[in-house]
Design a protein around this ligand. Structure first.
Ligand code: CS2
Ligand code: MG
Length: 402
């Protein structure tokens, strides 16, 4: 079997997605997600202009060699654009491999290690009361794990809290929206949210929170300590993690479990965090971390150090990435949890898929390959619309982390 052709599709069913489709000379095709929120066209061009010409004629079963060829052959290694492009190729090749062998991809990754993939949903509200009501709604939907984010008194907006939409879609059309931030207000308010949630829902519900890169290590240590009575499932992205060693300070002060890594794209972004056991969950994904081939290797390293997976799964990862993630999640031994922000109906129509939700778990389905498709006709009617993630400034105007 040979790769005959490949094409990149950019569509916008309410938000932009980049999809790679690879055809073989035996009529089988595979799909890969290449969506990088706010920088979609960079990955589309990386694939169309630089990668696809090198793929034609290759044997699609050679997932390892093609991964190494694209990683080492780029010379300029790593980074979200490069690794998302490599990821899209990798996902599509695993999709082809599963279809050619007439088996779901998870059977090629070690088979099912569990009956379902535990997921968490996103509850958010303008204030504590509204957030408590939203958590109740997600509990009603059957979620066993729920991330809670709330507005901060005195701040016009904050991460994770939608305006008038049920789900929080961070990217907005036009130029980057500007958010404002106060660490002091945030640190005083968040413990009150989780005190209210534990009071209302008791101890069994898994509660998660995303700090979204907004603290420095000693502030994260303070927040982790203040949340210990509410035993969170995890505290995510407590600080930006270019300085992996910074997590040593947090670890020294608190037992609140730490999750990080949705913005990582290669094992070297996390190797100190893993080998020094500075984190409990690794958030890296099949789409931004080089695909299934690389993520399997990262999970194997993490397993040695008691670190579990907790892959990112926001709506800016397409259903192709979600499908691939579930084949990884259901097979890897040190699986922790999978984020699951539901896509809109419009998105699901463009990306029909086999995965399904029931009682707090996702199931990848048993279709050969990844179990997801791309409707080219529908996608063509929904052209790309430039959109940006917000930027964030402190109240005095200082540029900060969004
Ligand atoms: C967030 C994401 O889901 C999460 O944990 O950090 O929603 C993130 O803000 C977006 O993926 C950015 O595009
Ligand atoms: Mg996050």
């Amino acid at each position: 079997m040979k790769i005959r052709d490949a094409k990149v599709f950019v569509c916008c069913p309410g938000r932009n997605f980049v999809t790679l489709k690879i055809w073989t000379d035996q009529g089988i095709y595979g799909l890969g997600d290449a969506t990088l929120n706010g920088r979609e066209l960079a990955v589309a061009s990386y694939l169309s202009d630089h990668v696809i010409p090198c793929l034609i004629g290759r044997d699609p079963s050679q997932t390892e060699d093609i991964w190494q060829y694209l990683y080492r052959g780029a010379y300029w290694r790593r980074g979200p654009v490069t690794m998302s492009a490599i990821a899209a190729v990798d996902m599509a090749l695993w999709d082809i491999k599963g279809k050619a062998l007439n088996t779901p991809v998870y059977n090629l990754l070690g088979g099912k290690s569990r009956t379902g993939v535990l997921v968490y949903g996103h509850a958010n509200g303008q204030d504590i009361e509204q957030t408590v009501d939203e958590v109740a709604k997600y509990k009603e939907m059957g979620y066993l794990a729920i991330r809670a984010q709330t507005g901060i008194p005195g701040l016009p907006s904050t991460y994770g809290v939608a305006g008038d939409k049920l789900f929080y879609e961070p990217a907005e059309k036009g130029l980057p929206p500007e958010n404002s931030w106060s660490t002091e207000k945030y640190l005083l308010h968040v413990p009150k949210l989780f005190e209210a949630l534990r009071l209302k829902f008791g101890d069994d519900l898994h509660l998660l929170h995303d700090v979204h890169h907004r603290l420095i290590p000693i502030e994260a240590a303070r927040l982790g300590k203040s949340l210990e009575p509410h035993h969170l499932f995890w505290l995510e992205d407590a600080v930006t993690a270019e300085l992996q060693e910074g997590f040593r300070i947090i670890r020294k002060h608190t037992t609140t479990p730490l999750a990080v890594g949705e913005v990582f794209n290669a094992v070297w972004d996390a190797h100190i965090l893993i080998t020094e056991q500075l984190i409990d969950y690794l958030r890296m994904t099949v789409v931004h971390s080089g695909g299934l081939t690389h993520l399997k290797k990262i999970a194997a390293l993490a397993e040695i150090y008691h670190v579990r997976t907790g892959s990112h799964g926001a709506t800016d990862l397409s259903p192709v990435a979600m499908a691939a993630a579930l084949h990884f999640d259901i097979s890897v031994n040190n699986f922790g949890i999978q984020e699951y922000m539901r896509h809109t109906k419009e998105t699901d129509e463009v990306f029909p898929h086999a995965y399904s939700f029931a009682n707090g778990y996702l199931h990848p389905g048993d279709s050969p390959g990844l179990g997801v498709d791309y409707d080219e006709v529908l996608g063509a009617k929904l052209p790309y619309e430039r959109a940006y993630l917000p930027v964030n400034r402190k109240l005095d105007g200082t540029m900060f982390n969004w």
